[in-house]
Structure formats: C-alpha cells, structure tokens
Design a binder for this molecule. Sequence first.
Ligand code: PMP
Length: 352
Amino acid sequence: MSKYWSTAVKNLVPYVPGEQPKDKKYIKLNTNESPYPPSPRVLEAIKNAANSDLRLYPDPEFHELRETVATYYGISKEEVYAGNGSDELLAFAFQAFFDPGKKILFPDITYSFYPVYCKLYNLDYETVALNEEFSVPINEFLRENGGIVISNPNAPTAKYISIDEIKTIVEYNKDRVVIIDEAYIDFGGDSAVKLIKDYKNLLVVQTMSKSRCLAGLRLGLVMGSSELIDAIIRIKNSFNSYPVDRLALAGAAEAIRDEEYFTETVAKIVNTREWVALRLKELGFEVLDSKANFLFISHSKISAEAIFNHLRENGILVRFFKKPRIDNYLRVSVGTDSDMEALVKALEKLLW
Ligand code: PMP
C-alpha cells in the first residue's frame, strides 16, 4: 500500500495466475497450457511477419483475422473481434455490458477473474452455488439480474452444460447480456457460436491459449451480434488502438486455417485425458467428467494439499485452490502421455 496509490488501486484484489517457476524444470500441469507446440505453419507465419513492416502499426481492426474466423464459424466479420488474450476481452465485456447496481450472476466455483473484474469496474455480483456434484443449476439463472457469465466447460471443475441449457438461459435473459466463456470448448464441447444469429444478447469468448497451443501469443476472440461487438470496439478504441500486434495477427489467422494440426492436437489431448481419468479412478480418485484439457480430482484418503506438495517435490506442478468447497481438489492440466505417466507414477509412490 502506498500513499501515492489512487483509492481505486487500494481497493483492487488482483487475480493470481498459476506460477511459471524459474527454480527448476517442472512438468507443468498447473495453467492448462497445451503440452504441444504451435503448428509449424503458425510458426512459419509468425517468422514471415517478423520483417521490416514491424516499424508500422498493426491493422487496428484486425480485418484478415476477423475474416478468417468469420469463415471458419460461418458468421460475418462484424460478428467477431479479437483481443490481447480472452482475459482482455472479458475485461472489455464486463465494462461494455454491465452497470453498477444490478447484480451480475456467475457460479460460486468458476474462473476467479470474474469477481476481480467486478471489483475493478465497481460492479455488484451474486454467486450462484453449483450443485453438490458441481453441475450448474440452470434454473438459478432464470431470474432478475444485471448480466450473466458462465464458463463452459467450467473452470476449474471441467464440467460442461449443453447448448440447450445455454439456450434456456439466453432466451430467458433476452434483455441483458449473457457471456459464455468458451476457453475450453474445443476439447469436447459444442460451441454456442451457432446461437449468436438467433440471440442478440449472447456473447461468446474464446482463446487461442489452449486448443491452439498459443498461450504465449496472447490472442482471444469474441463472437456476438454486431451491436455487442460494436460495444467491445468502443471500449478497445478508448483504451488501446493496437492490443494485438502484427506477429499475433499473422500467427492467429494461420492457426485458424490449419485445421488439420488443430484437430490432431486436440484429439491427442482428449485421448490422454481419457486414459488418465481411468487410471486416476483406479487409484481411488474421484475424477469429475471433463470436457476440458484438465481434470478436477480429489482423493478420500490423502488431502489435496498433501498431494500437491508431494507432486511439487517430485517435479510436477498442479493447481491447488485453497477455497471453500474445493480445498480438497486439485486441477491437473492434461500434458503429453509421458507427462501423465510421470504423474501417475508419482501418485502411485504416494498412495501405495
Ligand atoms: N477463461 C478461462 C475460464 C480461463 O481458464 C482462462 C485461462 N486462464 C481464460 C479465460 C484466459 O485465457 P487467455 O487470456 O489466455 O486467453
């Protein structure tokens, strides 16, 4: 705390990201990054963009990338926009669509950046308790509110709600904006992008950090009716004209075009996820059904904190949230088969 800080800064409660340790080489299963490199075509596109044009500002409207994404999803360019990671687009969306006074609704166990944005923009919110088995109680979102945010699949539980359930929520809340954060949708879910033509109040946020293996590039996407996208553009152009640089624009467009590499890497991760889930169950873990690139697990005999510490000592990082309801759970990102074999081995050492 410093006397030089504004009142707003004094009141902030910043989000704490998973660690990126420097002390030694860990098997990193703590931040849901892809264990696979970006597609060779993407790396080539980025290298080609590293030329003398870097002296020029990038396209502030991201035309080529937006056209590529629009073609991929069968929507119009006016219905898509990009940002410096989906975190930035979520921050823009909270500011663009929510007003102080009316309560924003999101689950009690979800991406912990949502309450941080509320605090940043002075927004009121109410959390909706997930059911006992961590599923989203759809009916609890059918009431008066100031806007809704749902991560689907949810983080950190990995659980997924169906398009029909989303439709029910979006339909009931036609007078306000419903944000669906699809950071993990490509690992087995059905995207709500197909609903945006019918629902002007639906905003879908996605990222290239997970399924497109590009967390280091910082590229997020947002899809919705042109009137919602216009609001995002107004915020972006009141904040930073160029949040997405030339290298990111080139790499991101190529990542969308290289469907083959995308399908292959996603399939590998899903395949690994499924055998690891089975193996963990055999070791006595409760493993929640996952449609994401991570598993949410708990053991009845050894505490999550003890497992977390044991894994860390064995060079494996996972995520432990010391929070109500989930303080006996661990979130484990799906790595390569060999990463996950090392995880299972380390767990066997502890449990056997
Ligand atoms: N939403 C959810 C649910 C996430 O887990 C993350 C990654 N931490 C993000 C959004 C942000 O992703 P990025 O800013 O890398 O696009």
